[in-house]
Design a protein around this ligand. Structure first.
Ligand code: PNS
Length: 159
């Protein structure tokens, strides 16, 4: 079985992420979305909320599951029994960091390959941090995040 892991912070999941998950689910038998628990960075959503938002957004894709992880990505890869990391590339500015990560992960575990999918043109300018800013200042996020989670994001800013 070809199982791939798509790792990230997903605070929150965006249409850009969902596009990569959908396309990866067509290529691989199973896609495990790995949500990083980063103790140094307090996000807008806690880990359980992020996982739920991803599960809600991907409920119509049968070969996707969501797992949170701490520590190294290669340890999640072992646990999930996966050899392929999937990443989305938006712009040249993503490349340097992603290139370094791909080489590091391969150095840490030679059996790991990173596969990059180019983000669709209409998602290329979307990031979780810009969406948070737009929502915080009352702008419309309808074009940027899965419809099913829009209210969860708006509610968060009401609190
Ligand atoms: O959505 P993000 O914040 O760009 O995702 C970054 C992520 C989670 C893919 C990256 O930070 C990661 O893999 N973290 C786990 C730690 C690790 O394995 N680092 C690589 C070797 S130094």
């Amino acid at each position: 079985m070809k199982r791939a892991v798509y790792p990230g912070s997903f605070d929150p999941i965006t249409n850009g992420h969902l596009d990569i998950i959908r396309r990866a689910s067509e290529i691989f038998d199973e896609v495990v979305v790995g949500v990083l628990v980063n103790p140094d960075k307090k996000g807008l959503f806690d880990i359980e909320e992020r996982v739920k938002l991803i599960e809600k957004s991907t409920s119509n894709i049968s070969n996707v599951r969501v797992e949170s992880f701490t520590g190294l990505l290669i340890d999640l890869m072992k646990k999930a029994d996966a050899k392929i990391i999937v990443k989305g590339l938006r712009a040249i500015s993503d490349f340097e960091y992603e290139f370094q990560m791909a080489l590091l992960n391969n150095k840490l575990d030679l059996s790991i390959e990173t596969v990059f999918l180019m983000t669709s043109e209409n998602n290329s300018y979307i990031s979780s941090s810009s969406i948070k800013q737009i929502a915080m200042f009352g702008g419309s996020i309808v074009d940027f995040v899965p419809e099913i989670i829009i209210n969860d994001i708006l509610e968060k800013f009401k609190k």
